[in-house]
Design a binder for this molecule. Structure first.
Ligand code: S3P
Length: 450
């Protein structure tokens, strides 16, 4: 796993393919659902069987963490994962530091679970994760009675000692974050009484859905613009099978590539279409994209469909801020689509992009500018101007341990006039192992990651 920005970096160049992209692929399992499957499986009583788990480095960190905390977590030869849970309250103190790698979902959700287990754990992560804000979870989790010792500024590495006698809380999210919401709800599991989270904007709701699937009582009440979510504490979670749908956040790269490489027709199969995740599709449709939902169905409790895109002219659009939580990871690749569109695209309300795996607001602007695109930031808005012709490209992109920046700019290179080089392709493995060979099945012609 890469830990710094320079040693053994694996640069990668993408350039226009000789022929349009075509074909059908299935991208790996949803990252959010994969983390939660392992965590809830570990907290359940009995054996949980998971199919389609994302075997990216982020999720493998969660698997190792749950094992270190005493759960049985094993991959079968046929690719299924088996989790033998210890039951809520049954986690054991790990003998060593838990490493969340590049994954804030792993670190923050784990902190939620640990906050109400009376054990002490030490958590760290890679250089990116060690720079990301943890106070957004340690602050509400302290209210349950958990104690934290962090680096200056609330950063990892940190130590957590969970509350022996936790008290339930009601918490209004100060930022629209599914990770913070989930951390609080997970802490509520081993807490007597009811724990409530209020969100002003709807964020991805996999935790709520999956808690219900494992037998917890969760009430979700709509409030103006958002939701009030309550979990009843100390349930017995019962092991339950999970089928992980394909990750829309990974599908996004193949879909945008199919839209901006002239003449292309691409299908991505069985994409999870949870309504709290589909903002990118709404934006692309507003920009005039040809996207068809084929064979809409429900798999493993989540709506899925095969998505077929055909390349064509895109136009700029005004993207409202309340859409951000439903597509928070998709802005870099949407900005690439906007650079190929005709007119101005304004993406509003992107403050949260500054605290992702890298500062994606600055990184997107710098990367697009290096590829000859007219781009600016006004407040928390990102503005991209295209003229409907391919961007010049030719930029060298700093990926800064950020998988999505790496993939977004490789997609850019497929449509730009000159090749685009990313300085390091290794972070792609955190969320999308097999990205290069899968894109190459569509005809992308990317070199293998060295
Ligand atoms: C995630 C929530 C989002 C997203 C991340 C996964 C989750 O983060 O960016 O990739 O699984 O809950 P925030 O909650 O910080 O917005």
């Amino acid at each position: 796993m890469p830990d710094d920005l320079t040693s053994r970096a694996a640069p990668l160049t993408s350039s226009r393919p000789k022929a349009p992209l075509s074909g059908s692929i299935r991208v790996p399992g949803d990252k959010s659902i994969s983390h939660r499957s392992l965590m809830l499986g570990a907290l359940a009583v009995g054996r949980t069987e998971i199919t389609g788990l994302l075997e990216g480095e982020d999720v493998l960190c969660t698997a190792a963490a749950m094992r270190a905390l005493g759960a049985g977590v094993e991959r079968q030869q046929d690719g299924r994962w088996i989790v033998d849970g210890v039951g809520i309250g049954g986690l054991a103190e790990p003998a060593d530091i838990i490493d969340g790698g590049n994954s804030a979902t792993a670190a923050r959700l784990l902190l939620g679970i640990l906050a109400t287990h009376p054990i002490t754990c030490f958590i760290t992560g890679d250089a990116s994760l060690r720079s990301r804000p943890m106070a957004r979870v340690t602050e509400p989790l302290s209210r349950f009675g958990a104690r934290f010792v962090t680096r200056e500024g609330g950063l990892l590495p940190l130590a957590v000692t969970g509350a022996a006698n936790p008290v339930p809380i009601e918490y209004a999210l100060p930022v629209p974050s599914a990770q913070v919401k989930s951390a609080v709800l997970l802490a509520g599991l081993n807490t007597p009484g009811e724990t409530t989270v209020i969100e002003k904007e709807v964020t991805r709701d996999h935790t709520e859905r999956m808690l219900g699937h494992f037998g917890a009582t969760v009430r979700v009440e709509p409030i103006e613009g958002g939701r009030r979510i309550t979990v009843v504490g100390q349930p017995e979670l019962k092991a339950a099978p999970i089928a992980v749908p394909a990750d829309i956040s990974s599908a996004a790269f193949a879909l945008v590539a199919g839209l901006i490489v002239p003449g292309s027709e691409v299908t991505v199969e069985a994409v999870g279409l949870n309504p709290s995740r589909t903002g990118l599709l709404a934006c692309l449709k507003e920009m005039g994209a040809d996207i068809v939902y084929l064979d809409e169905r429900v798999e493993g409790g989540e709506p899925v469909a095969d998505l077929r895109v055909r390349a064509g002219a895109l136009t700029g659009a005004d993207i409202p801020p309340d859409r951000a939580p439903t597509m928070i990871d998709e802005y870099p690749v949407l900005a690439v689509a906007a650079a190929c569109a005709k007119g101005r695209t304004r993406m509003r309300g992107l403050a949260e992009l500054r605290v992702k795996e890298s500062d994606r607001l600055t990184g997107t602007v710098t990367g697009l500018a290096a590829c000859g695109v007219k781009v600016s930031i006004e407040g928390d808005d990102l503005i991209v101007e295209g003229d409907g012709t391919p961007p010049s490209g030719g930029g060298l992109i700093q990926t800064r341990l950020d998988h999505r920046m790496a993939m977004a700019f490789l997609v850019m290179g497929l449509a730009a006039k000159s090749p685009v080089v990313i300085d390091d392709a290794r972070p792609i493995a955190t969320s999308f192992p097999g990205f290069v060979p899968l894109m190459n099945r569509l005809g992308a012609g990317l070199p293998e990651i060295g």
